[in-house]
Design a binder for this molecule. Structure first.
Ligand SMILES: *[C@@H]1O[C@H](CO)[C@@H](O)[C@H](O)[C@H]1NC(C)=O
Ligand SMILES: *[C@@H]1O[C@H](CO)[C@@H](O)[C@H](O)[C@H]1NC(C)=O
Ligand SMILES: *[C@@H]1O[C@H](CO)[C@@H](O)[C@H](O)[C@H]1NC(C)=O
Ligand SMILES: *[C@@H]1O[C@H](CO)[C@@H](O)[C@H](O)[C@H]1NC(C)=O
Ligand SMILES: *[C@@H]1O[C@H](CO)[C@@H](O)[C@H](O)[C@H]1NC(C)=O
Ligand SMILES: *[C@@H]1O[C@H](CO)[C@@H](O)[C@H](O)[C@H]1NC(C)=O
Ligand SMILES: *[C@@H]1O[C@H](CO)[C@@H](O)[C@H](O)[C@H]1NC(C)=O
Ligand SMILES: *[C@@H]1O[C@H](CO)[C@@H](O)[C@H](O)[C@H]1NC(C)=O
Ligand SMILES: *[C@@H]1O[C@H](CO)[C@@H](O)[C@H](O)[C@H]1NC(C)=O
Ligand SMILES: *[C@@H]1O[C@H](CO)[C@@H](O)[C@H](O)[C@H]1NC(C)=O
Ligand SMILES: *[C@@H]1O[C@H](CO)[C@@H](O)[C@H](O)[C@H]1NC(C)=O
Ligand SMILES: *[C@@H]1O[C@H](CO)[C@@H](O)[C@H](O)[C@H]1NC(C)=O
Length: 591
């Protein structure tokens, strides 16, 4: 590279970073190269999406209020968007990585995300949000640690272990997409992966030879924090460890009341932290199991993930049958009661020093109510589609947030109905008009026969109630107004409802979707748009300088010089970032 361009670049870095240093909060940078690799997690070679050659990708591990910079290079042969599910991206839906807010990153291009994990703690994961890519991988853990001045509500664990569980198909995401586009159901998955690996051979009929399985190494007497996320396509999984209790401690950014479970149902998109004490005598290794739920388990036996918990003093291999799943085939209340038992520790501090419960959500008046109802797939215009309240969402070619920025009309409609429409289902780009600083109640009514989980970007919400049957006004009498947990993804049982409350203080356009990838892909989503009536850069950051343009704005997009983008990150980058850190340090002396 010519030396003058290095110098120029140097000054760009300085001016960029000096302005950022004033934000006072440290920067943490990641380079993500997203590419295909060939892997055989279930014994069948297939194309898997890796990050920096790894599947699952690296865990992002940061601290409350850090500024996170992730330069994503798309080495796939199609568009890519990374989303940071559960990260509130305060004031910046520009960085959310879903089609409603961002143009996709074209093949061979890179794009740098930058966002602050403001006032947040907890366990989350990231994944590619478009083109059904999550079914081929591309995901990884996302941890936000407490600032050192705020104690966590348990003794510091002896280790911190990220576990990604999920159903898995040996067909790749393009083949699965083709099936869905062709109006077909995906059918039974081929297995369950734990950290990208297939099952331990616990049964020679069910598990073929030569499958690489995950081993978690531990020491006797120690207590570990296990952060478990269901990153799969559509299957709810029961998670359990043979002979070990799971002490639930946190879910998606909230510390929970600590309770022991022998197993816990983890629905698609959900994350939990468990404290697990290695209190067994290590006569053998122990099974870690993630098995399919709410299906005919005798038919779905192969859809079981098995990893190994290996004590350093273990006397032998795990053997014998797996620990039993809950025996509740004829008791549909078991799992729901378990979900209801997950509660907020109101006296623990979260990201801020004051107790979590000092936000008394139960005494805030609701200002707006939406009843969102999903049904089994329907046919609209000859296509198999899924709906929310009778509307199958169509992503506009110009992202909603970008259309607003450039005052383009007719891209979407701000008319999402408060109640399900009664006429025939339709395909629309219809979104919810949220009121800034309003307090919204959303009732999710699942009229399908399959479990659904729902996620809202940009927010944590309070899960205040769930029950079987149709929600009525009287259902409010059952709401938990005191210690319902604040989280980012909730399950809605088939034939049941779940009620959530959201304080709409985060300006932007935020995706509300099912996390079940197949139903999401077919249209079961919408967005909530929240506008501060007073123009201000304090409640929403301006459009970032590197924003991509597409759809009606594609003429504004400059081509990307891929060659210079790659050479820049050569040897100079380390030098530059250390210089930047020095400058930040010098500046911080004066502030
Ligand atoms: C996905 O699988 C199909 C065949 O099922 C194959 O033609 C295609 O190359 C695969 N795509 C990728 C990206 O691996
Ligand atoms: C692409 O990556 C380079 C560094 O490799 C970075 O300088 C550039 O800003 C990135 N481009 C975008 C659009 O983020
Ligand atoms: C995350 O980083 C902290 C230091 O900031 C470290 O103590 C911790 O072990 C890391 N966690 C993981 C899972 O890597
Ligand atoms: C293995 O699984 C098969 C099929 O479920 C079952 O019939 C058999 O008893 C199992 N074998 C052992 C050793 O558990
Ligand atoms: C959870 O179970 C462990 C044993 O595995 C026990 O030591 C602990 O006291 C239990 N904690 C609670 C809160 O029940
Ligand atoms: C270890 O525990 C197993 C059951 O978990 C028991 O059968 C065995 O006798 C124990 N061994 C020792 C040495 O305590
Ligand atoms: C599960 O499938 C098996 C095999 O087809 C069948 O015999 C059994 O009745 C089914 N169980 C339920 C609860 O439907
Ligand atoms: C709640 O958090 C506090 C810390 O403020 C902790 O001491 C207590 O054990 C936690 N309670 C439960 C039931 O988990
Ligand atoms: C909520 O509404 C009630 C009745 O409309 C009113 O008395 C109360 O002051 C309101 N509470 C708040 C916090 O606004
Ligand atoms: C959206 O809601 C705001 C109040 O938050 C209201 O002023 C505006 O008229 C609404 N827009 C539409 C199209 O309903
Ligand atoms: C779906 O809704 C209809 C009409 O309200 C109701 O009769 C039916 O039981 C519901 N089915 C489920 C699975 O919720
Ligand atoms: C917000 O920032 C943009 C760009 O930095 C600037 O053009 C605009 O005037 C600012 N708006 C307000 C209301 O401060």
């Amino acid at each position: 590279m010519a030396s003058h361009s290095v110098v120029l670049l140097f000054f760009i870095y300085i001016s960029l970073f000096t302005s950022l240093c004033f934000a006072d909060d440290p920067f943490v940078s990641y380079e993500f190269e997203v590419s295909y690799i060939t892997a055989s997690p279930l014994g069948v070679p297939q194309q898997v999406i890796a990050i920096n050659g790894r599947f699952p990708g690296p865990t992002i591990n940061v601290t409350t209020n850090n500024n996170v910079v992730v330069n994503v290079r798309n080495k796939l042969d199609e568009d890519l968007l990374m989303t940071w599910a559960g990260i509130h991206q305060r004031r910046s839906s520009w960085q959310d990585g879903v089609l409603g807010t961002n143009c996709p990153i074209p093949s061979k291009w890179n794009w740098t995300y930058q966002f602050q994990v403001k006032d947040q703690i907890g366990s989350f994961f990231y994944f590619p949000s478009t083109n059904f890519q999550r079914a081929s991988g591309g995901y990884g853990g996302f941890i936000i640690n407490n600032r050192p001045i705020i104690p966590i509500p348990f003794a510091t664990p002896d280790g911190d272990i990220t576990i990604m569980i999920g159903d898995w198909f040996t067909r790749n995401h393009t083949a699965l997409r083709r099936a869905l586009n062709g109006g077909k159901d995906l059918g039974m998955p081929d297995g369950v992966l734990i950290n990208g690996k297939g099952p331990y051979k616990y049964n020679s009929t069910l598990v073929p030879d030569g499958i690489d399985y995950e081993t978690i190494d531990v020491h006797p007497g120690k207590t570990y924090r296990l952060r478990v996320s269901n990153v799969g396509v559509s299957t709810s999984l029961n998670f359990r460890i043979q002979n070990h209790n799971l002490l639930l401690a946190e879910t998606e950014g909230s510390y929970t009341v600590q309770q022991n479970y022998t197993s816990l149902d983890i629905h698609v998109g959900q994350s939990y932290s468990f404290l697990v004490t290695m209190d067994q005598n290590a006569s053998t290794d122990y099974y870690i199991v993630a098995s399919a739920r709410f299906v005919n388990e005798s038919l779905w036996q192969r859809v079981t993930g098995v990893a190994i918990l290996h004590y350093s003093n273990s006397k032998g291999k795990a053997s014998g049958p797996l620990p039993d799943p809950p025996n509740d085939q004829y008791d549909k209340t078991f799992s729901m009661n378990q979900a209801r038992s997950i509660r907020w520790n109101v006296s623990a501090s979260g990201a801020r020093p004051n107790p979590q419960g000092s936000f008394r959500y139960g005494s805030i008046n609701v200002t707006d109510i939406y009843m969102l109802k999903n049904k089994p797939p329907v046919t609209i215009n000859g296509k198999r589609r899924t709906t929310l309240s009778g509307i199958s969402f169509v992503n506009p070619t110009t992202p909603i947030r970008l259309a607003d920025q450039f005052k383009l009309k007719g891209v979407y409609k701000l008319d999402f109905p408060h109640r399900p429409i009664t006429g025939p289902p339709k395909m629309e780009s219809s979104i919810i008009n949220g009121t800034y600083r309003g307090f919204m109640e959303i009732i999710l009514q699942n009229n399908d026969t399959k479990m659904q989980s729902y996620h809202l970007d940009g927010y944590g919400f309070f899960v205040v109630g769930m029950d079987y049957g149709e929600w009525t006004e009287n259902s409010r009498g059952t709401y938990n107004k005191w210690d319902g947990v604040a989280r980012t993804t909730t399950q809605v049982f088939p034939g049941a409802w779940t009620a959530i409350l959201i304080f709409l203080d985060n300006v932007g356009v935020w995706n509300l979707r099912t996390e079940n990838l197949d139903t999401w892909y077919l249209g079961q989503e919408t967005y909530i748009k929240i506008v501060n009536p007073e123009a201000s850069n304090k409640t929403e950051f301006p459009m970032p300088d590197n924003a991509l343009f597409c759809g009606a704005l594609s003429k504004m997009q400059k081509p990307q010089d891929i060659s210079s983008a790659t050479s820049i990150m050569g040897n100079q980058s380390k030098l530059l970032s250390s210089l930047v850190m020095m400058i930040c340090a010098v500046i911080s002396i004066f502030y």
